[in-house]
Write a protein that binds this ligand. Structure first.
Ligand SMILES: NC(=O)c1ccc[n+]([C@@H]2O[C@H](COP(=O)([O-])OP(=O)(O)OC[C@H]3O[C@@H](n4cnc5c(N)ncnc54)[C@H](O)[C@@H]3O)[C@@H](O)[C@H]2O)c1
Length: 341
C-alpha cells in the first residue's frame, strides 16, 4: 500500500487521547486522521478541534458510510467492540481495536472469523509488548544470549488509583484479569511462547470493586518453561511501580531482570550489565505514564508497517485470540486445584 492513509478513530474518551497524539505524530509517516467519532458529541467535537480533524461524527455507521477510510482505530470500551469491528470489517476497512478484544472468547472468535472470511486486516492494540523495556527484553531473549528461557515472572502490581480515570473498572464483574491480565499474559506468550496449561487464583482485595482485583497465575509453556504471571490493583508499596511491568527471565546461560525506573539488567555467563530503557518523554506525555504513552506510538507505528507490508500485525486478531484464551482459561481454572488435606 502506497500513498497517504485516511484514518478514522472511534471513541474519543480517556485512553483515546493517547491514540490522538500518536496518530498526529505519525502524520509525518503518511497517516491523516480525517474523522473522529464518539456517541458523546462534545467529546467528538473536542477531539476534532484539538487535533485539527476535519470531520466528527456521533454515529460510526455514518462515518463509515461517508468517509473513504483506509484504516479504522477503535478505542471504545470492550462491550462495543464486536459491533464496531463487524461494522468496519463489513466495509472492508482494515481495523485496529483496543484491548480487551471482546467481552468473552465467543465474541473474539466471531471477530477473528469475520476478518478471516472478509480477508480484512484486523489487529488488537495490545501495547505492553511494545513498551521500551519490553522491546529490549524480547530482543535479548530472541538473540539467545541467556540461552533457552526456562522460567519467568511477569508482574504488574500497583496501588495507583486507576478508578478515577476509568470508573467503569470497579463495576466490571470480570475486572483485573480481563483489564490488565490480558496484557501480562500476552507478555508471557511473547517471551516464552504458547501455553499448554495454567492455574490461577483470583482475589478481591478492594471491597469497592465488584470483580477480582488480584490475579496470580502459574503457566506451563510448550517449550517446557514455567512462568508466574501476576497482576493487581491492590498493592500498597513504596515505591509503586505503576505503570511498569516488572519482568524476570531465567535461561541456561543467564537471566534478565527489570527494575523500577525502566532499568533492565542482563546477566550472561556470570556478568551483569544494566541499561536504562526509560523511554523518551514525548512532548504530550507525562511521567509515570510516559512508558505507556510511548508504547502507544510504537504500537500504532507497528500497525502501519504491518498494514503497508501486507502482513498481519504481531498482535493480529488471530494472535490475540491466543492471549484471550489464556484469560478465559484463567477464569475457568480459578480455584480448581487439588485441595490440601
Ligand atoms: N492499552 C492500554 O494500556 C489501555 C489503557 C487504558 C484503557 N485501555 C482500553 O481503552 C478502551 C477505552 O477505555 P477508556 O478508559 O478510554 O474508556 P472511555 O469510556 O473513557 O472512552 C470510551 C469512549 O467511547 C465512546 N463510545 C462508546 N460507544 C461508542 C460507539 N458505539 N461509537 C462511538 N463512540 C463510542 C464513549 O462515549 C467514550 O467517550 C478500553 O477497552 C480500555 O480497556 C487500554
Amino acid at each position: 500500500m502506497n500513498g497517504r492513509l485516511r484514518l478514522g478513530l472511534i471513541g474519543c474518551g480517556f485512553f483515546a487521547q493517547n491514540h490522538l497524539h500518536a496518530w498526529r505524530d505519525l502524520k509525518a509517516e503518511g497517516v491523516d486522521l480525517v474523522a473522529v467519532c464518539d456517541t458523546d458529541a462534545e467529546r467528538a467535537k473536542a477531539a476534532a478541534a484539538s487535533f485539527g480533524v476535519p470531520r466528527w461524527y456521533t454515529d460510526a455507521r455514518e462515518m463509515l458510510a461517508n468517509e473513504q477510510l483506509g484504516l479504522v482505530d477503535i478505542a471504545t470500551q470492550m462491550g462495543t467492540h464486536l459491533e464496531l469491528v463487524l461494522l468496519a470489517i463489513g466495509h472492508g476497512v482494515p481495523t485496529i481495536v483496543q484491548k480487551p478484544f471482546g467481552v468473552d472468547i465467543a465474541q473474539v472468535r466471531q471477530m477473528v472469523e469475520a476478518s478471516d472470511r472478509a480477508g480484512v486486516f484486523l489487529a488488537v492494540h495490545e501495547n505492553f509488548r511494545f513498551q521500551k523495556p519490553l522491546r529490549r527484553i524480547r530482543e535479548v531473549v530472541e538473540s539467545g544470549a541467556i540461552g533457552k528461557p526456562s522460567w519467568a515472572r511477569i508482574s504488574f502490581r500497583t496501588g495507583y488509583d486507576i478508578y478515577t480515570g476509568q470508573p467503569y473498572l470497579s463495576r466490571q464483574e470480570r475486572f483485573v484479569l480481563i483489564d490488565v491480565g490480558v496484557h501480562v499474559l500476552d507478555v508471557a506468550r511473547a517471551l516464552l511462547g504458547e501455553v499448554t496449561h495454567l492455574t490461577a487464583e483470583l482475589q478481591r482485595r478492594n471491597a469497592a470493586a465488584i470483580g477480582e482485583d488480584t490475579a496470580t497465575m502459574l503457566l506451563r509453556h510448550e517449550s517446557g518453561a514455567v512462568s508466574v504471571v501476576e497482576c493487581t490493583y491492590g498493592s500498597r508499596r513504596v515505591p509503586d511501580s505503576f505503570p511498569e511491568t516488572l519482568i524476570e527471565v531465567e535461561g541456561e546461560r543467564g537471566a534478565i531482570a527489570s527494575r523500577i525506573g525502566n532499568l533492565v539488567e542482563v546477566t550472561i555467563d556470570g556478568k551483569m550489565t544494566s541499561s536504562s530503557e526509560d523511554p523518551e518523554v514525548l512532548p504530550w506525555a507525562t511521567r509515570p505514564w510516559h512508558v505507556a504513552q510511548e508504547s502507544v506510538l510504537a504500537t500504532c507505528r507497528h500497525m502501519l508497517e504491518a498494514l503497508r507490508a501486507g502482513r498481519p500485525a504481531a498482535t493480529s486478531a488471530a494472535d490475540n485470540l491466543r492471549t484471550f484464551a489464556l484469560v478465559e482459561a484463567a477464569y475457568q481454572a480459578a480455584g480448581k486445584v487439588a485441595p490440601v488435606a
